[in-house]
Design a protein around this ligand. Structure first.
Ligand SMILES: [Zn+2]
Length: 146
């Protein structure tokens, strides 16, 4: 079988400063699912764009604020960044995609990162790529700056 995903790879490398931003965002609002986008520029630098969750049930699902999302995508374009990943947190469940996550995911060429606050004291983060109606987990490796 040949790979049909030219953009995403099976191993995702994330610089620790970005990881810290994601975790800090999730920890700051431990009762709701936080969400955001990561852009990646031509130098492979990554930038996190936190976006408000405007879902009516933010404890168990997320809906990105549309104007903020549009604005983030605009900023990415201006800075020659490509959409790299969609991030959200799970306050009370594991870092695995819910049925709703799979149903509602729409960016085919971006990674899907889920942070879980479910485990006491330990933050869990997992990454997925989308494959024909399901999500396939990829290895997530934290990169320390040298
Ligand atoms: Zn979810």
């Amino acid at each position: 079988m040949s790979s049909s995903s030219p953009v995403t790879q099976q191993t995702l490398y994330l610089p620790r400063p970005i990881v810290n931003k994601l975790l800090a965002h999730a920890q700051r609002y431990p009762d709701i699912e936080v969400c955001g986008l990561i852009g990646n520029d031509e130098q492979d630098e990554k930038y996190y764009y936190p976006i408000d969750n405007v879902s009516k049930n933010p404890n168990c699902r997320f809906l990105m604020d549309a104007p903020q999302q549009i604005n983030a995508m605009k900023k990415m374009r201006e800075k020659n960044q490509a959409l790299f990943a969609i991030v959200h947190s799970h306050p009370t469940s594991q870092a695995t995609p819910s049925d709703l996550d799979i149903e509602e995911s729409s960016y085919r060429d971006a990674y899907y990162i889920i942070i879980s606050l479910n485990t006491k004291g330990v933050l869990e983060m997992r990454a997925y790529i989308q494959k024909e109606g399901s999500m396939q987990e990829v290895d997530l490796i934290l990169e320390d700056e040298d």
